[in-house]
Write a protein that binds this ligand. Structure first.
Ligand SMILES: C[S@@+](CC[C@H](N)C(=O)[O-])C[C@H]1O[C@@H](n2cnc3c(N)ncnc32)[C@H](O)[C@@H]1O
Length: 294
């Protein structure tokens, strides 16, 4: 039973994982917490919509539809980003990595890190972290019965607190390599938040032999009017403005790591497995790479 007031504008969605909540016959999904602002799009839920998920509200869908009207490839671009993550986790398992810290993990969707990793190595451990309450609530629900996987509400820009909470979970062993996954996260970190300093904190926390994964939106392949309009949508509607960056800037984020082959490349060019669109890689403006800490 949910206690409290139904806020104006609150909508009940008959989604697959909804639970009967006892509110005058309404069905309110478990992931709709009272702390969620339904009127303001969240990057996590907008991304969920691009990927065809159900964990989004009218405000998210409206913003995503506006973005797609300007840039019809967006849902495919998000799928390319997601496919890179899946391939890279498979690669990391092949390198012997068994621990993953996935920051900005988003709302669970097809090919979650623990599914890929534990499908290949059942002993793999995964900690998910996100600031978005829907992402955290839904991940918690999904992981309730999953051993060796956990989720935390945490902010990448507050590394000391985030890492302290990770340590308190006692799931990851800091004496063994950890892959820090920042898939489609860094373009939500502004330059004034000092991304290089933040990344150094995470790097220093991990032992030698650890890895860093980054995928990052770039403005370099499309007309400036298009990428500016896209950035404006995020700046004007969400709490997370986007900072698209160029190849050189994203390469610099791997300071202290050695990029593994093929280096920092377009997402479609990173270890293609035959399911993507390698010949049309430039439609997907995402720099993607994996670095190893020597
Ligand atoms: C585009 S989604 C990417 C989801 C997933 N990593 C993927 O690539 O499929 C970006 C996620 O980063 C989260 N995020 C944004 N800023 C964050 C921060 N400072 N700390 C943690 N998560 C953040 C958002 O809530 C959102 O879920």
């Amino acid at each position: 039973m949910r206690f409290g007031c139904v806020r104006a504008g609150r909508t009940a969605f008959p989604v697959a994982d909804a639970r009967a909540d006892g509110w005058f016959g309404l069905t309110i999904p478990q992931w709709v917490g009272d702390d969620i602002d339904l009127t303001r799009p969240s990057v996590s839920r907008v991304y969920d919509y691009y990927l065809g998920g159900f964990h989004n509200f009218a405000s998210d869908r409206e913003m995503a539809e506006k973005a797609i009207a300007d840039w019809p490839d967006l849902p495919l671009i998000m799928r390319s980003n997601r496919a890179f993550l899946r391939r890279a986790v498979g690669y990391l398992i092949g390198q012997g990595v068994r621990q993953f810290l996935d920051i900005g993990s988003g709302i669970p969707t097809v090919g979650n890190v623990h599914e890929v990793a534990q499908g290949l190595a059942p002993d793999a451990k995964v900690v998910y972290v996100d600031t978005d309450p829907v992402a955290v609530a839904h991940s918690r629900q999904l992981l309730a019965e999953t051993p060796n996987a956990a989720v935390l509400a945490g902010d990448f820009t507050r590394p000391a607190e985030l890492l302290q909470e990770v340590e308190e979970l006692e799931l990851l062993d800091r004496s063994q390599p950890v892959a820090v996954l920042l898939n489609a996260l860094m373009h939500f970190i502004r330059d004034d938040q000092e991304p290089a300093r933040l990344l150094a904190t995470y790097r220093d926390w991990t032992p030698p032999g650890s890895y860093l994964l980054i995928s990052h939106a770039t403005h370099e392949l499309h007309p400036p009017e298009l990428t500016k309009a896209h950035r404006d949508l995020y700046k004007n509607n969400t709490a997370n403005p986007m900072t698209m960056r160029g190849h050189e800037q994203v390469t610099a984020f791997f300071a202290g790591y050695q990029l593994v082959e093929p280096g920092l490349v377009l997402s479609e060019h990173w270890h293609p497995d035959g399911t993507g669109s390698v010949d049309e890689a430039e439609r997907f403006p995402i720099w993607a790479g994996v670095g190893r800490k020597p």
